[in-house]
Design a protein around this ligand. Structure first.
Ligand code: ZN
Length: 280
């Protein structure tokens, strides 16, 4: 249920300032690590565990070069894929737990930040229902990415073994390529988990702001090592979400219209939006 936080804040305290900036909420990387560990790593492990069996079949095929031998390699790859598929139900449940946990974490931080900035306690006013659609979207997105990590790994492994059989590549070279494939999957999982955490918390920030009737926010640059220069340049800029909100001046600072690539929208963008309450 939407509510008018600026009005509530004014009632709670005798606000003289034109704006109150809400504390920046930075998601801890521990949450990203948990996502990678509980929902993505098991898929990579399936392919790592299958590697010796795939390699045994490969070595045999190479030695025999009989017409039916590639079928053994194929069978091992399909067995691993089947194992991955059987995991999806469990991983989807873990994704749900993780998503709800992040929502709870964010809501707690939001409540605390609003309380200390305005004296208003949102405790009974906000719940997970208010952000349900956002949670479902991110849940589906993650479920899709988990499957994609598996599919991409399978594709790389298949390419390595079938190309290897064609070219009669020594087994250890093919094994190295498979290790590279699973290593890439592990790295990608880590990056995805960090990106998904930023994306989910950024959506939650947008929704909580909308719900509270706050339309102003400040760009907070991620401070990542290889930043997008235009994003770094936006650090501290003030943006308004209301149509035609840009152009006005609030507290001596010019308000801008949000760019198309809002915080956390582009791949691996770690920028955030920091809420600003205005009193007019
Ligand atoms: Zn950025």
């Amino acid at each position: 249920m939407p509510f008018d936080l600026p009005a509530m804040a004014r009632r709670a305290r005798n606000v003289r300032r034109k704006t109150i900036t809400i504390r920046d909420i930075i998601p801890p990387q521990m949450l990203a690590r948990d996502l990678a560990r509980t929902a993505y790593a098991p898929i990579v492990a399936v392919w790592e565990d299958a590697t010796p069996r795939i390699m045994d079949a490969y070595a045999l095929s190479l030695a025999q070069m009989t017409t039916d031998s590639p079928a053994d390699v194929q069978r091992e790859i399909e067995a691993a894929e089947g194992e991955a598929s059987r995991l999806y139900l469990l991983l989807d449940a873990r994704l749900r737990d993780w998503t709800l946990r992040v929502e709870r974490w964010f809501r707690g931080k939001w409540r605390g930040a609003i309380l200390s900035a305005t004296g208003v306690d949102l405790g009974t006013l906000i719940g997970p229902e208010g952000v349900r659609a956002s949670l479902e979207t991110h849940l589906a997105w993650n479920a899709d990415l988990v499957r994609d990590v598996s599919a991409q790994t399978r594709q790389r492994i298949s390419a390595a073994v079938f190309d290897g059989l064609r070219a009669r590549t020594p087994a250890r070279e093919v094994a190295a390529k498979i290790r590279e494939a699973t290593g890439l999957a592990r790295d990608r999982s880590t990056r995805i988990a960090s990106d998904q955490l930023t994306k989910l918390t950024s959506s939650l920030a947008d929704e909580r702001r909308r719900e509270a009737g706050i339309d102003l926010w400040k760009w907070r640059h991620s401070g990542k090592r290889h930043p997008r220069e235009d994003h770094r340049a936006r650090d501290g800029n003030l943006y308004a979400d209301r149509p035609g909100g840009g152009g006005e001046t609030v507290d001596g600072q010019r308000v801008l219209d949000p760019p198309e690539d809002r915080p956390a929208r582009l791949p691996y963008c770690g920028c955030r939006s920091q809420s600003v309450i205005r009193f007019d």
